[in-house]
Design a protein around this ligand. Structure first.
Ligand code: ATP
Length: 241
């Protein structure tokens, strides 16, 4: 459902942020994307979502090539950026309706989805307040609701748990599992290794823009006997200064 082929991104002519990165994410999978600060996770996610054009390589979402069929590719995905501080003058409901209008979601469908997700995140009573008055976590919850209001098959989430309280994080993890189990896929970046450990079918670990591991956590732990994921991560992403 997500195909990244030989992705490369060079900023300003000489900063190689992502370098020859390839992966496939299939139906039914939750895949965690991990790596140190500055490893190239957000840059990769921006290429997957069509926000940034790759310097080299290509992206396919749900069978649609991002260069040739950008509208179809984008229609197939729900994307949560790493910063929820946008459109703060709108109320939560106005923001979600604005996104639902862009995707052409019918009134009945959006009402049902907004109500259902607002209830799961405990946001029912805050939908009519301006987002400027929200806490960071509440803004993050609205980003999740808006990103999923068109019921996209492919979810691409950049550090989605940041700022969420334990209840909301629990709900989102449950939603991710339900979504994958229904024959869709979820790709998300995280610094929280316990989340990756508990939730993901596979992980992709990158270092300086290159992948250093792709596969299941079981395989990784078998390769590094008697070590925790944290110890393995530190060992594999360690840089010589
Ligand atoms: N607009 C830009 N111009 C120049 N360099 C950039 C730009 N955006 C990112 N970079 C560089 O690309 C590299 C990867 O950055 P990126 O934001 O993709 O990392 P990340 O893995 O998401 O990091 P973090 O975990 O801190 O969010 C870093 O060296 C960063 O400085």
């Amino acid at each position: 459902m997500i195909i990244a082929e030989n992705l490369k991104k060079v900023y300003g002519g000489d900063i190689v942020s992502v370098d020859d990165l390839s992966f496939h994410i299939h139906k039914g999978e939750i895949v965690g994307f991990v790596g140190q600060n500055g490893a190239g996770k957000t840059t990769t996610i921006k290429m997957l979502t069509g926000i940034l054009m790759p310097t080299e390589g290509r992206v396919k979402i749900n069978g649609f090539d991002m260069r040739e069929k950008p509208m179809e590719a984008k229609q197939s995905m729900g994307y949560i950026a790493d910063n929820p501080d946008i459109f703060l003058r709108l109320t939560g409901l106005e923001y979600v309706n604005f996104i639902a209008d862009i995707y052409g979601v019918s009134t009945t469908e959006r009402k049902q989805r907004i109500e259902q997700m607002a209830e799961r995140f405990g946001m029912e009573d805050s939908l009519n307040r301006q987002m400027v008055s929200y806490s960071h976590g509440m803004r993050q919850k609205m980003m999740v609701i808006a990103a999923l209001v068109h019921n996209p098959p492919v979810w691409i989430l950049d550090e989605p748990m940041t700022g969420l309280d334990p209840n909301a994080a629990y709900e989102l993890k449950k939603m991710m599992r339900e979504h994958a189990d229904a024959g869709n896929c979820v790709f998300f970046s995280t610094h929280v290794l316990e989340v990756a450990e508990k939730l993901c079918d596979k992980i992709i670990m990158i270092r300086k823009g290159k992948d250093i591991y792709q596969g299941t956590l079981d395989e990784l732990e078998t390769q590094h006997r008697n070590k925790s994921l944290e110890e393995i991560f530190v060992e594999m992403t360690h840089e010589e200064f």
